[in-house]
Design a protein around this ligand. Structure first.
Ligand SMILES: NC(=O)C1=CN([C@@H]2O[C@H](COP(=O)(O)OP(=O)(O)OC[C@H]3O[C@@H](n4cnc5c(N)ncnc54)[C@H](OP(=O)(O)O)[C@@H]3O)[C@@H](O)[C@H]2O)C=CC1
Ligand SMILES: Nc1nc2c(ncn2[C@@H]2O[C@H](COP(=O)(O)O)[C@@H](O)[C@H]2O)c(=O)[nH]1
Length: 327
């Protein structure tokens, strides 16, 4: 494939500004018939999201996807969110009991607005069968399927009935898939996103490898409708990961969903644990993301996210990490 690059290899080229203030720029996005404030969703991982954060995000018009690692809580979670007049967005796997869970939801007449099929290698009959099962029992749910890393996979999951696909195999901060298996989009996630987006006829969620707020704009430029982020959302006051003191500083744990810490055993481990600096409130990060993205839109010469999709870019290998840091 020509033109293999990642986030740090790309710079977007500015257009003439058409606003008098960045506050005029609108960062909202529509997915599954709903409008959200930002094209960003915290990763559906146990150290990133819990019920309290999901509630905050839904109440404040942000998109969220609840993780699937406390399966017994999911049905009542859907019930409680919808009783509050909010949307419900959950994750499922592909094992036998997950088929039964979908049928239980249907029997209880509970239709989550969003269901994400969350497995490592999403280009599989296991995912295709689950998409069909959800569409049979809960036809009104918006189904996000993943993860994948090729145009063939995007097309196959869309043809099976997925309403959106999630792209990213191994670019995550706590991911060790590329080391353990030799496979994935780690190191060329942005090029893989572009490759997949060209084949997609439905929205794509770019998942993993976002290290700066500028990477959100780059994802939009290369075809993402939404961006899933783990590490940048770890370490907040509200984050579910355990807080510990290390070398006189407070840090929070962030571990992979395929790590031994999530699985409780050392079997098919493709994730690790790290500690990230404690970094204040989630609300402040979301506000900063919005402001930075408003600025991106202004550099793109427009007033909405769509203007970013059409900007020119240059490939400058490792252009931004020559010692620079945001803080
Ligand atoms: N985005 C990414 O790059 C990655 C994300 N993850 C995350 O880790 C979590 C666990 O993922 P996962 O292990 O898929 O979930 P599960 O442990 O729920 O596995 C799902 C099912 O798929 C099977 N399976 C898993 N990987 C493969 C494979 N490579 N080939 C064939 N069958 C497979 C499993 O069987 P068996 O275990 O017996 O093989 C199991 O039946 C998820 O949240 C996922 O998003 C994990 C790795 C990469
Ligand atoms: N290979 C693995 N990938 C994982 C694991 N747990 C989560 N993930 C993926 O990472 C992203 C978050 O990436 P980040 O760069 O923003 O931190 C997440 O959404 C998953 O797709 C894992 O154990 N192994």
């Amino acid at each position: 494939m020509e033109n293999v690059f990642d986030y740090e290899d790309i710079q977007l080229i500015p257009n003439k500004c058409v606003v008098n203030s960045r506050s005029e720029c609108d960062t909202s996005v529509t997915l599954g018939g709903r409008q959200f404030k930002l094209p960003v969703v915290p990763a559906n991982m146990q150290t990133i999201i819990d019920e309290k954060i999901a509630l905050y995000l839904a109440e404040n018009n942000y998109f969220y996807i609840m993780h699937r690692f406390e399966p017994e809580k999911r049905l009542s979670f859907v019930e409680e969110m919808q009783a509050k007049g909010l949307y419900a967005s959950i994750s499922v796997g592909v094992k036998e009991e997950e088929y039964q869970f979908i049928e239980e939801l249907a029997k209880a007449e509970l239709t989550p607005e969003f269901i994400t099929i969350d497995i490592a290698h999403g280009h599989s009959n296991a995912v295709i069968n689950m998409i069909k099962h959800i569409k049979k029992y809960l036809p009104e749910s918006f189904v996000i399927a993943g993860n994948v890393g090729t145009p063939e996979a995007v097309r196959e999951l869309e043809n099976a009935g997925a309403d959106a696909t999630k792209v990213g195999i191994g670019p995550g901060k706590v991911c060790i898939t590329k080391i353990k298996t030799g496979f994935g989009t780690g190191g060329w996630q942005l090029a893989a996103l572009r490759w997949c987006a060209k084949a997609a006829s439905k929205p794509i969620i770019a998942d993993g490898g976002i290290r700066t707020h500028g990477d959100i704009a780059k994802s939009i430029r290369f075809g993402a409708s939404m961006v899933m982020i783990g590490s940048l959302f770890a370490g907040h006051e509200e984050s579910p990961g355990e807080t510990i003191e290390k070398d006189g500083k407070f840090v929070k744990e962030y571990f992979g969903s395929a790590s031994e810490f999530q699985k409780g055993e050392k079997k098919n481990v493709e994730g690790k644990k790290m500690y990230v600096e404690h970094k204040g409130s989630l609300r402040d990060t979301l506000t900063e993301m919005e402001q930075d993205l408003q600025s991106s839109i202004s550099y793109a010469g427009g007033t909405t996210l769509d203007s970013i999709r059409h900007v020119d870019y240059v490939i400058v290998k490792n252009s931004i990490f020559n010692g620079d840091k945001v803080y």
